[in-house]
Structures are given as structure tokens and as C-alpha cells.
Design a protein around this ligand. Structure first.
Ligand SMILES: O=P(O)(O)OC[C@H]1O[C@](O)(CO)[C@@H](O)[C@@H]1O
Length: 587
């Protein structure tokens, strides 16, 4: 590769391209890299197919009428193969946010100019809808509530001064509490500093904190975090066992917006039992994050827990990372939450831009619409090439699927919308399911997440002359993307300079907005989850039935015991032994 690149640079025929290239380089993600390494050269080169090939232009769909194009695309899986045209497309559509160091390349999604035109009126409506939301419109008619996660990172946008005050006060309290715990001003009852966090919560009350911990927690955080996010007894036991004697210096944060989610309640009861068994007083180490006056809030208040933080009615679970839900655990791990908020605020600003090609969230939403035909016909595979972003796809899974997976549209038509999301990380997944992505059933589009910085500055090491481990990672990303593209598999690339609190905040905000816009495009309510409620209700019915069956069995056993006693077959002690033994429902 290196030699073909040097050929490329010495070739006279390529000179005009190179000057074009150097103009473009100013807009290229890698232009901020200080040294032009193998990796940075190839990063430019990956998008200069024109310079590497003299192949004649392949068939173009641009002369076909709109419907025919769609059909052709559906039949052939058409993507632009002419390298000149692909390069021009890259240059034309590359989005960059200079201050955030974030780039979005949509050139490998095959949308046409006609399609973009067709989408414009839909986007006008979507932008207006988003503006209304930000101004405090009731977004969730089912629950009669506003949707204002955008206000969390810029409280000046909150529609009333009361809301603004709530946001500011909560942020200050989170900041101060975390500072006091980390500095040792607030200590465990034993007098030692808190060393561990045990976070109990599920869904949106766990996924954001899990993703951010994995992405941003330092190697030696002031407090290490563990999660209980299920009602699996063995899983809970495992977490408690791992804490061992450090349970005495563990801060337990119980997170539940509703304050009544069974899995979270069960996790809490199990942890409280572990505290009792260890002779510890739970209340002195317990923190609740929940809506005011919820069951959890009332429990924490009555029992006198160490602290309580509010979760606002107008913040949905899946968009709560920038509320106390995400910020408190992050701050306790030494993550700069103000930077996270600043990144999200900057991205919010950028994604309010009503010009489609200058709005990264709108570009994402448009690509999703194109790739899935606006009906979820393809899955979204999210592939971050960075270990610390491992949980991004899991986080997005809830954000996208719980928001977009809806049976009815806003007019009551049955639409069964949604986009399935899965993914893990590159290059690991290349050795798992990329085989199917390239050659198997064509039911997905990919999103590559690229991180330019390999390691903190000063730690670079070349495992071969001129080549770092990170160059391999980068090469794997480029290679997989090209291989997929060559087989008509579409992809989006999001590039960030580094995984920092600011860039993570920005990515969260980017996808939150993209989901909101996409929901408008397909005319659905992104802010409720009636399907989940149905599952919860059914589970409650199963549990109620189980309780009734146990009651009936118990009654039958009592009758049996009573008759045996009356017949003189057993004595009183035996009756009491059976009734109050540990296996009895009466116990
Ligand atoms: O925070 P809560 O109320 O415990 O809910 C947890 C999760 O359950 C859901 O309501 C349904 O899965 C999610 O939307 C939410 O994030």
C-alpha cells in the first residue's frame, strides 16, 4: 500500500488530482493530524479512488426517472462505482464540525439528488416539529408531557423559568455531591471514603451510564462502577460478591424514572438484604434518582437515604444521559460532565440548522430513510473501531428501537415502523459476522465510527517500521468499508478526533436528534413505548397468577394438615414445622 501511494504521488498524470486533493484535505478528517503517517495518507487516499483508477465510468442511474431509480436500486443494489463520481460525492456531502472535530461522511449511501429534493418538504415539517418540541410543545400526547432533554444542556432554552431553575439547581447539586464524595467530605459510615458505585437500574436508567463508563472512565477512577440491570438472582449475587468487603464503602445509586420498575425494585431489595446480612445500614449509602413522589422517592425519603436527585417528567429514560441519571455516576468516576454537556450543547446547536446538508442529524435521518426505504427494511449495524465505544450500539439500540419501533403512525394507521440496531466493535466483528454482511442476506446498512487518535499523545509505538497497532485498526476499518461497498452494501462513517467527554456528549446529542427527526419523517411518536407497557402488564399478570396459585396450594396444604391433625395422624409440632418451614409460602 505504501509503495502504491508513493507511485501515486510521483505520477505526473495524477498531478491535477493532487492539487484538488490538497484543497480537499483541508476539509478532511485527517487534516488535523500533526504528522502525515501511513495512516493519514491512506485516509486521504481511501477517498481518492479517482487517483487510483482510470476505469471508465460505470452505469449511472442519474438519467432514470425517480421511481425507476428506486426500482433499479432495489433490484441491483446500485451504488456509485465510478471513482471520480464517488470522490466528488464525498467532497460534496462531507459534513464537518470543526470545533468538535467530528465528521460525517454519507457518500457511501446511495441517495440521489432527486431523492434529496423529494425529502425537502418532509424535512421542513420535521425541523418545525423539532422547534415546537424545544419550545415546550406536548410531544407525548399519551402521557401529556413535554420532551425537553435539549434543555438539560442549555437551560436557557427551557420554556419556563421554573424549569430552568430546576435544571440549574439539580446540576449544581449533582456537581457538589460528586465533588464531596470524591474529595472525601462525604464518607461511608465506617469513616472511609466511598470506593465503589453500585448502580441499580434498567433500560434508559442503565444503558447511558454503562456506555459512558466504558467510554470515558479513567483507568483508576476515584470510584469504580458496577451495574445491576436485571432481576437475575445469580447476576445480582455476582455483583455483590465482587464487591466483597468493599460493600461497606459502596455508594448504591438506585435509578428509576417511574420509581416502580419491578427489576429495579427487586435489585434494590436484594442489595438491601446484602447490606443487612453484612451488618450495614443501607440508608446511609443509598442514593435515589427518580421522579418526585414516586414510590422510590417516597421510600428513600422515609428511610432517610443519603441523597435524592430528581428525574424530570419531561426527560424520557432513553434520552436521560445528560440528566442526573447519567451525570451523577459519570462525575463520581471523575468524568468531566461539564464537557459532556458542552459537547451535547454544541451538537444541538449544529443540528438545529435547517439546511439539510449542513445538519448532521438531518443527514443521518435522511440516510436512514434512504437505506431502509422509510419502512425499516434494513437493519442498522453500528461498528465503532475503538474498544471504549463498545457499548455505543447497545445504547443506540434502545434509543432507536424504543423510539422508532411503533405499530401506529400519528394518524392511527398501522405502520409497524422501526429500525433494528445491532453491533459490537471493529475489528473484532470482522472475525464474527462481517462474512454475512458482505456476502449473505442484504438486510442492513453499516455505520462505522472512526476515532483518529490511537493513544494519548506521547505513547505512540511502532510495531513495524512506520506502522502502529492503530494503523492496523484503521486499515481494517477502511478495508471492511471498501469490501462492503464493492458488494453494494451502504455505509455511513462518523469520525471523531478522540473519545472525550465532549465528543461523547456530541455523539449522544447527534443520535438523539437524528431519531427525533426520523420519527417526524415517518410520522410516528418517538416519545412513548406502548409496546413495553404491554409486556410489563403481561409480566405483572403472570406474577399475580403465580401468587394466586401459591395461595391456593397453601390453602390446600392447610386443609390437609388440619385434617391430619384432627385424625390424630400428626401432632401440633409437626403442623407448625410444616407451616413455618422455609419452603412454606407462610414463612
Ligand atoms: O427508569 P424506569 O422508570 O425504571 O424505566 C426503565 C426503562 O423502562 C422503560 O420504561 C421501558 O423499557 C424504558 O423506557 C425505561 O428506560
Amino acid at each position: 500500500m505504501a509503495s502504491s501511494l508513493s507511485n501515486l504521488y510521483s505520477s505526473t498524470t495524477l498531478k491535477p488530482k493532487i492539487s484538488y486533493l490538497s484543497n480537499i484535505t483541508k476539509n478532511n478528517p485527517i487534516s488535523n493530524r500533526k504528522s502525515l503517517s501511513f495512516r493519514s495518507i491512506s485516509s486521504v487516499a481511501r477517498n481518492v479512488p479517482a487517483a487510483l483508477s482510470t476505469s471508465s465510468s460505470s452505469s449511472s442511474i442519474n438519467n432514470l426517472p425517480s421511481l425507476q431509480k428506486k426500482k433499479k436500486r432495489a433490484v441491483d443494489g446500485f451504488l456509485e462505482k465510478d471513482p471520480h463520481a464517488l470522490w466528488a460525492r464525498y467532497v460534496d456531502w462531507l459534513y464537518q464540525h470543526k470545533e468538535l472535530g467530528l465528521y460525517l461522511d454519507v457518500s457511501r449511501i446511495g441517495f440521489t439528488e432527486e431523492f434529496v429534493k423529494e425529502m425537502e418538504p418532509k424535512f421542513l415539517k420535521a425541523f418545525k416539529h423539532m422547534e415546537d418540541l424545544e419550545n415546550g410543545a406536548i410531544a407525548n400526547p399519551d402521557e401529556g408531557r413535554m420532551v425537553g432533554h435539549y434543555w438539560l444542556r442549555n437551560s436557557n432554552l427551557a420554556p419556563t423559568s421554573i424549569l430552568k431553575n430546576q435544571i440549574d439547581v439539580t446540576l449544581d447539586r449533582v456537581w457538589e455531591f460528586a465533588h464531596d464524595v470524591v474529595s472525601g467530605k462525604i464518607r461511608a459510615p465506617t469513616g472511609e471514603r466511598f470506593t465503589q458505585i453500585l448502580s441499580v437500574g434498567i433500560g434508559g436508567s442503565a444503558l447511558g451510564p454503562q456506555f459512558v463508563a466504558e467510554a470515558l472512565a479513567p483507568d483508576n477512577p476515584p470510584l469504580k462502577i458496577r451495574f445491576i440491570d436485571n432481576t437475575d438472582p445469580a447476576g445480582i449475587d455476582h455483583q455483590v460478591a465482587q464487591l466483597g468487603s468493599e460493600l461497606a464503602s459502596t455508594l448504591v445509586i438506585v435509578i428509576s424514572k417511574s420509581g416502580g420498575t419491578p427489576e429495579t425494585r427487586n435489585g434494590l431489595l436484594e442489595v438491601q438484604k446484602a447490606f443487612r446480612e453484612a451488618g450495614l445500614i443501607f440508608a446511609k449509602q443509598g442514593v435515589a434518582i427518580t421522579q418526585e413522589n414516586s414510590l422510590l422517592d417516597n421510600t428513600a425519603r422515609i428511610e432517610g437515604w443519603l441523597a435524592r436527585f430528581p428525574m424530570f417528567d419531561w426527560v424520557g429514560g432513553r434520552t436521560s444521559e445528560m440528566s442526573a441519571v447519567g451525570l451523577l455516576p459519570a462525575a463520581l468516576q471523575g468524568i468531566d460532565i461539564k464537557e459532556m454537556l458542552a459537547g451535547a450543547a454544541q451538537m444541538d446547536e449544529a443540528t438545529r440548522n435547517p439546511v439539510l446538508r449542513s445538519n448532521p442529524a438531518a443527514l443521518l435521518a435522511m440516510c436512514w430513510y434512504w437505506a431502509t426505504d422509510g419502512v425499516g427494511s434494513k437493519d442498522m449495524v453500528v461498528l465503532p473501531y475503538k474498544d471504549s465505544l463498545l457499548l455505543f450500539s447497545r445504547y443506540l439500540q434502545q434509543l432507536v428501537m424504543e423510539s422508532l419501533g411503533k405499530e401506529f403512525d400519528l394518524d392511527g394507521n398501522k405502520v409497524n415502523q422501526g429500525i433494528a440496531v445491532y453491533g459490537n466493535k471493529g475489528s473484532t466483528d470482522q472475525h464474527a459476522y462481517i462474512q454475512q454482511l458482505r456476502e449473505g442476506v442484504h438486510n442492513f446498512f453499516a455505520t462505522f465510527i472512526e476515532v483518529l487518535r490511537d493513544r494519548p499523545p506521547g505513547h505512540d509505538w511502532e510495531l513495524e517500521p512506520g506502522v502502529t497497532c492503530g494503523d492496523y485498526l484503521f486499515g481494517m476499518l477502511q478495508g471492511t468499508r471498501s469490501a462492503l461497498y464493492a458488494n453494494n452494501r451502504e455505509s455511513i462513517s462518523v469520525t471523531v478526533q478522540e473519545v472525550t467527554p465532549r465528543s461523547v456528549g456530541a455523539m449522544v446529542a447527534l443520535y438523539e436528534r437524528a431519531v427525533g427527526l426520523y420519527a417526524s419523517l415517518v410520522n410516528i411518536n418517538a416519545y412513548h413505548q406502548p409496546g413495553v407497557e404491554a409486556g410489563k402488564k403481561a409480566a405483572a399478570e403472570v406474577l399475580a397468577l403465580q401468587k394466586r396459585v401459591l395461595a391456593v396450594l397453601n390453602e390446600a396444604r392447610c386443609v390437609f394438615l388440619a385434617s391430619s391433625f384432627l385424625l390424630g395422624e400428626i401432632d401440633r409440632n409437626s403442623v407448625n414445622y410444616v407451616r413455618y418451614s422455609k419452603n412454606s409460602p407462610n414463612y
